[in-house]
Design a protein around this ligand. Structure first.
Ligand code: ADP
Length: 190
């Protein structure tokens, strides 16, 4: 089983690269952001709670996200592996993922850190906001999300380095080159 964590700041290209990896390795893709947007669209209880946090650029509480992830994972019975996109975003979530996978006799294979300079992130997210109409892609909320990324999510870089699972990927430049670097890191972990 191939369990890949794709990591990076908002706008670093996790979703785009996940689609490519999914197709190449035939594994499933779990994007917590996509699951939450579907819940919001369907007007579920979780979706209503999520909207409050997402509109403020804040993370949802760990317990809500971990429960949601666990049920999504349970729904993927015969998968060859999973690419986790947007999860974990805190140390508590990384620990929960480790336990969840261990309980299934599995582990994370590699953590891919898509590294992109801050000014480029802002440019990409503002453009996405204009094109997709995603309400959280406005300048004020993007700034809050980047602050949250630095304080709550970036500490995972050292956490995964200690686990011996960290791979740095230069996320600036040609999509094809980035995908090739990602595939090399995955192949080295297999
Ligand atoms: P991006 O990577 O562009 O910030 P996502 O689509 O991954 O966007 O996530 C959108 C929002 O959903 C986040 O800003 C956050 O509020 C919420 N969210 C997604 N994943 C998590 C998570 N693992 N823990 C807490 N909140 C999350």
């Amino acid at each position: 089983m191939l369990n890949i964590v794709i990591f990076g700041a908002p706008g670093s290209g996790k979703g785009t690269q996940s689609e490519r990896i999914m197709a190449k390795y035939g594994i499933s893709h779990i994007s917590t952001g996509d699951v939450l947007r579907a819940e919001m669209k369907n007007g579920t209880q979780l979706g209503k709670v999520a909207k409050g946090y997402i509109d403020q650029g804040q993370l949802l509480p760990d317990n809500l996200i971990v429960d949601m992830l666990a049920s999504t994972l349970d729904g993927l019975k015969d998968s060859k592996g999973v690419i986790f996109d947007g999860f974990p975003r805190t140390i508590a979530q990384a620990e929960a993922l480790k336990e969840m996978l261990a309980a299934r006799g599995q582990a994370v294979s590699v953590m891919l850190d898509l590294d992109v300079p801050e000014d480029e992130l802002m440019t990409r997210l503002l453009k996405r906001g204009q094109e997709s109409g995603r309400a959280d892609d406005n300048e004020e909320t993007i700034r809050k999300r980047l602050t949250v990324y630095h304080s709550q999510t970036a500490p995972l870089i050292d956490w995964y380095k200690k686990e011996g699972l960290y791979a740095h990927i230069d996320g600036l430049g040609e999509l094809e080159r980035i995908t090739a670097d990602i595939c090399r890191a995955i192949d080295a972990a297999m």
